[in-house]
Design a protein around this ligand. Structure first.
Ligand code: FAD
Length: 477
């Protein structure tokens, strides 16, 4: 892998001295990459000891579950780490075409299969993280301090500015590290808000939209004799009726990662028999047929805590200067929409913008960055919560006429994309974070969506989603 890593010379002139990032996961790693263009030194504090090989680690328990990397995220990673797409591919990540090699079942039918302009990479979370970490290890401005837990912030005498981080070693010994900028990327369970409160700063209020999703994931291998002409299959749950779904992905080392998904608390069991029964209960038999052919190569792991949670750092009346919060620590999405890592990568570029615009010292950066973050989060938050509000218990907030019109239109877009590659491509562009949601209101989508459509109902179409052509094919009546 190492000979694929470009050298980071010459590196840009820096303006500042030392930044400390808390958390060595995707948000922390991408933030550190950006900071290394602006700071002489960047230190990443990570509670876990970091593995040499791609493997699951305690601090990222979600890592056993599928981690879809959207094209919007991959493009940013490619910009930050030139050649990483090729490197992931060489390490075994599986490219697949979102139109022809991904099967989608939604609203009672299979989407037509066609050649899409979009090809993504399926990769497990440990391999992705390790690949990024290796790139950063080759960056002379970045240092990892694994096995250290951040337990609080240090501030200046006037208590206006962060000056470092309080740390605890694995043997319990306390320690401090000085910094000109501290970035908290410590995930969903972030302590950043508590640290601010302890220092007398206001705590951000939170918006939570909880569709109570649950995952159960298992890895499989297929015998040589069984081959599929697809590499991903998604049976998408959809409010209000279809609580159960599944995602099946071909990933590196000839492994298949199957996740059963249950919304609104209808969670898939992690016991053998219950897992199989749940798979049997799905809207299409394809998952169970897959399992019957395949050999399980892992236990079944469950995951429950996956609500959308937005901590409103952008709305604080007063900021601790030189302290930023990013990644899941600030905004965490229901992962069924596959957005967290990609949004973290895109958000790190916002940090780059803010640092480029910064004049002189770092005063005002905290407020500017947290507010700028909302421009990145808005669309993915709407995408995730627009659906999830329909599942959420007790969400009886009245919907106005315009909201109901938009919801009705989006449902019609979903229906149309099942049979119309042009609409499917527009939807993919939005879902992959390549285009804003307004793309779905572009005239070419609008008129296709609003005219009468022909639902594919022939048994073969309904069974497998036949390949019908290219993104320009018109299968409407
Ligand atoms: C089940 C599940 C499936 C998911 N699937 C997808 C998907 O398909 N696609 C996608 O893009 N995203 C997915 N996500 C979201 C994704 O995991 C996160 O958005 C992504 O990892 C970015 O998170 P992060 O770096 O902010 O935090 P995390 O990944 O949670 O990492 C936080 C890091 O901080 C460290 N840490 C925590 N506290 C401290 C401390 N006090 N001191 C030092 N270190 C600390 C932890 O050890 C960890 O390394 C999924 C999430 C879940 C739960």
């Amino acid at each position: 892998m190492n000979n694929l890593i470009p050298h980071y010379l010459p590196q840009p002139q820096t303006t500042y001295r030392h930044a400390v990032v808390i958390g060595g996961s995707i948000a922390g790693l991408t933030a550190a990459r950006v900071l290394s263009d602006h700071f002489d030194r960047v230190t990443i504090i990570e509670r876990d000891l970091l593995p040499e090989q791609p493997t699951h680690r305690k601090g990222v328990p979600q890592g056993r579950h599928p981690h879809v990397l959207l094209l919007g995220g991959l493009r940013v990673l490619e910009q930050q780490f030139p050649g990483i797409t090729e490197e992931l591919h060489t390490a075994g990540a599986v490219p697949f075409n979102l139109g022809s090699e991904a099967r989608l079942h939604l609203l009672g039918q299979w989407r037509v299969r066609y050649h899409s302009a979009y090809t993504v990479l399926a990769v497990t979370r440990p391999l992705l993280e390790e690949t990024i970490r290796h790139r950063l290890l080759a960056n002379s401005r970045i240092t990892f301090l694994p096995g250290l837990e951040a337990i609080g912030l240090c501030t200046d005498a006037a208590n206006t500015r962060a000056t470092g981080v309080q740390l605890r070693q694995r043997n319990g010994a306390a320690w401090q590290i000085e910094a000109d900028l501290v970035v908290a990327a410590d995930g969903r369970g972030s302590r950043a808000a508590e640290w601010l409160t302890a220092l007398g700063f206001p705590t951000p209020h939170e918006t939570v939209v909880d569709a109570q999703p649950g995952y159960a994931t298992r890895f499989y291998r297929l015998p040589e004799s069984v081959r599929h002409d697809w590499k991903a299959m998604f049976l998408q749950p959809l409010a209000p009726d279809q609580q159960r779904g599944a995602l099946l992905l071909k990933v590196e080392d000839d492994q298949w990662q199957l996740t059963l998904i249950g919304m609104a608390g209808d969670h898939p069991p992690t016991a053998e028999a219950g897992f199989l029964d749940y798979a049997r209960s799905l809207v299409a038999p394809d998952v169970v047929n897959f399992i019957q052919d395949a050999e399980p190569i892992s236990p079944i792991w469950g995951y429950r805590r996956m609500e959308n949670r937005l901590r409103h750092y952008e709305a604080l009346p007063r900021y601790l200067e030189n302290f930023l919060v990013c990644g899941d620590a600030a905004y965490a999405f229901n992962p069924a929409y596959g957005q967290g890592m990609s949004v973290a990568a895109i958000a790190s570029m916002k940090l780059d913008d803010c640092l480029r615009q910064q004049q002189g010292d770092l005063a005002g950066l905290a407020a500017r960055f947290q507010k700028a973050l909302t421009t990145v989060i808005d669309a993915p938050w709407q995408l995730a919560t627009g659906q999830d509000r329909d599942w959420q218990d007790g969400d009886d907030a009245p919907t106005d006429r315009m909201t109901r019109l938009v919801q009705g239109y989006i449902r019609r877009v979903l229906l149309t994309m099942m049979v119309d590659p042009v609409v499917a491509e527009a939807f993919l562009a939005v879902q992959q974070l390549l285009a804003p949601p307004t793309r779905l209101f572009h005239p070419d989508v609008l008129w296709r969506t609003l005219r009468p459509y022909r639902r594919l109902t022939s048994p073969s179409d309904a069974r497998s989603g036949e390949l019908v052509g290219s993104a320009t094919a018109d299968v409407l009546a």
